[in-house]
Write a protein that binds this ligand. Structure first.
Ligand SMILES: C[C@@](CO)(OP(=O)(O)O)[C@H](O)COP(=O)(O)OP(=O)(O)OC[C@H]1O[C@@H](n2ccc(N)nc2=O)[C@H](O)[C@@H]1O
Ligand SMILES: Nc1ncnc2c1ncn2[C@@H]1O[C@H](COP(=O)(O)OP(=O)(O)O)[C@@H](O)[C@H]1O
Length: 298
């Protein structure tokens, strides 16, 4: 655990409020190449950050309370990854202040687009700033990894090639395309998919260079399509517009477009045709809007 002396916090910092984005990610490809002794799967994946996501407004409190509002249905305040991030920071540093955190949730839950992980990372990065804790990026990523395999990429804020369980990150420069992301109205449990007996876990190891050519696939896709007919249907529907992929363990599927206007047309067509589906458009970004927003504060 990282322990630092409790820093002095000015009265001005206690009244400051910070609004920060929590962007989505896509897995442009995701190969499962093995398994660790603790059961976690070893992956190779290309994380593309998007300029679309949730938003957190953080206000410090004098007491130790951490309150997230509105609460997320079926997720207790102490289980919310935002609260868990705040608690982890308090534990690591001995900080005795708390926070009120307003959450604008735009990303579908269990969508494979990292909503919870990104909220968690934004809380870590934002509270480190507001509470003046002085933890560096490595320390925040290390704390983040204890809360979820996908948290470090959002803490570091670069589109990246990832190995290990997602924490060995190499920043990459990707073309900043537009993406139509469709949520086909089903909630996928990531642990359940990782446990599935039919999941391919022995894809041969690839290289970053190969992945950057656009080669690769998502090993979750066959299982997700079998278990969730809506995912299968959404992939079929979108495939007329280009190469469709599942993101993470699903349920979101996506297709790349050359313009915002093309993306709007596809999104409108698919959601009008399928009333249970929702979706959004995001532009791929190499640097996270979180780090850009924080730099603007400095
Ligand atoms: C599959 C991916 C791909 O980006 O994304 P999502 O579909 O969740 O967005 C991630 O690896 C998900 O990361 P994350 O959602 O943070 O997972 P965690 O909370 O750390 O783990 C949830 C559970 O999934 C399993 N797990 C997770 C990651 C991994 N590399 N191997 C695993 O076996 C473990 O059983 C773990 O208890
Ligand atoms: N702030 C949060 N936002 C979303 N989900 C959260 C949050 N805190 C805890 N969770 C839990 O984490 C689970 C996975 O959420 P999410 O990150 O949206 O999925 P995925 O990683 O598949 O995109 C949710 O079903 C929910 O139970």
């Amino acid at each position: 655990m990282i322990r630092i002396a409790r820093p002095f916090i000015s009265e001005a910092a206690l009244t400051a409020t910070l609004t920060l984005p929590a962007p989505a990610k896509l897995n442009l490809m995701l190969h499962i190449v093995g398994r660790r002794d603790d059961g976690y799967h070893r992956l190779q994946t290309l994380f593309q950050l998007l300029d679309f996501g949730d938003e957190l407004t953080l206000t410090p409190r004098h007491d130790t309370e951490v309150r997230v509002s509105p609460s997320i249905p079926d997720v207790a305040n102490e289980d919310n990854l935002i609260t868990r991030a705040a608690r982890a920071l308090q534990d690591a540093t001995g900080h005795t202040g708390g926070a009120d955190i307003q959450l604008t949730k735009r990303l579908p839950m269990g969508g494979g687009i990292g909503g919870g992980s990104s909220d968690c990372a934004t809380a870590l990065v934002g509270l480190n700033h507001l509470w003046q804790l002085g933890l560096d990026e490595d320390a925040l990523a290390e704390i983040g990894l204890t809360l979820g395999a996908d948290v470090p990429v959002f803490v570091r804020g670069r589109s990246a090639w990832a190995e290990g369980i997602g924490e060995e990150l190499t920043p990459v420069e990707l073309p900043e395309h537009w993406f139509v992301v469709i949520h086909p109205g089903v909630h996928v449990s990531t642990p359940a998919l990782f446990r599935h007996p039919q999941l391919t876990r022995n894809t041969p190891v690839s290289t970053i260079r190969t992945a950057l050519t656009g080669a690769g696939h998502n090993d979750f896709e066959p299982v997700a399509r079998t278990l969730y007919p809506n995912i299968d249907h959404a992939i079929e529907q979108l495939s007329q517009y280009g190469s469709v992929r599942l993101s993470g363990s699903g349920a979101c599927v996506f297709v790349q477009t050359q313009s915002d206007m093309a993306a709007q047309t596809i999104l409108r067509t698919i959601t009008e045709r399928n009333p249970g589906y929702s979706g959004f458009i995001g532009r791929g970004v190499n640097q996270s809007p979180l780090q850009r927003a924080l730099a603007d504060q400095a």
